[in-house]
Design a protein around this ligand. Sequence first.
Ligand SMILES: Nc1ncnc2c1ncn2[C@@H]1O[C@H](COP(=O)(O)OP(=O)(O)OP(=O)(O)O)[C@@H](O)[C@H]1O
Length: 197
Amino acid sequence: MLKICTPGGGQGQGEQGASFLSADPRKKQVTVFDPSASGYVTSANRKAGTSAPKMFAFDSVFTPDDSLTELCASSLAEIVQAVVAGADGCLFTYGYSKLGKTYTMLGTDQGPSSLGVMPCAVAWLFRLINEQKDKTGARFSVRVSAVQVTGREEKLRDLLSDIGQGPPSGQGAGDGARTRDKRVPADLRTYSLATVR
Ligand SMILES: Nc1ncnc2c1ncn2[C@@H]1O[C@H](COP(=O)(O)OP(=O)(O)OP(=O)(O)O)[C@@H](O)[C@H]1O
């Protein structure tokens, strides 16, 4: 799955994208042009050493104009269902700095339509689990991990290590959950979900 972003999260370039990139979300493909070819290759610039456009196919392609809701709807159904069926699931975002990886994963707290992929996944996971419990009486245990991989050395950082220590004393479960959310660093990257039946 590919999400095309503009640095700083700006919207509005839509399908056009930058001149070296053309995205076709319907066909689920992007074409990358040699920038020196201005979007197409003529026989003249091929002779001058310009590379031919390259096309890449993905399971899905999203442009900066696509909402988080659209992204969640398209990307989460399969993985959440698989996790409820007992498989491990991994949500992973990759890209260079300030492209919106954290925004895509976490979203904002401005309402249901601005939820990122992770809160959506957790909400859908527990909704499905509750449905299964009501239907079959099955019992579930959910395991979650969140890891950030950074730098050339590919350092691993456990983003939930603070949470293992529980909420500060004197706080109820609800307050604790909020405190824990705040402690999750802004550059969250990888999450995995698993259920044991
Ligand atoms: N689709 C979007 N709509 C609105 N704002 C966005 C969008 N995507 C990203 N932003 C904003 O752009 C800025 C950079 O995004 P973000 O922090 O998610 O990037 P990042 O890829 O996680 O960066 P880094 O790798 O440096 O941690 C943030 O202020 C974020 O809120």
